[in-house]
Design a protein around this ligand. Structure first.
Ligand SMILES: [Zn+2]
Length: 61
């Protein structure tokens, strides 16, 4: 699997445009995996400043 992560918001993308921020700049070079189900109660979501539930890469280069 060659999933890509959005460079802007770290969303793991399977389309051509990021559904969260509408960016199309993706990276194959990412690490870590966070599934955020409840952004309001997630410390990871708070640290990454995301408010959409979904799958995120922890680090994107
Ligand atoms: Zn994005």
């Amino acid at each position: 699997m060659a999933e890509k992560a959005c460079k802007n918001c770290h969303w793991i993308v399977d389309g051509k445009v990021c559904p969260v921020c509408n960016e199309s700049s993706f990276s194959n070079d990412w690490r870590g995996y966070a599934i955020i189900i409840d952004p309001e109660r997630s410390q990871i979501a708070e640290r990454m400043k995301v408010d959409t539930p979904g799958r995120y890469a922890l680090r994107v280069r």
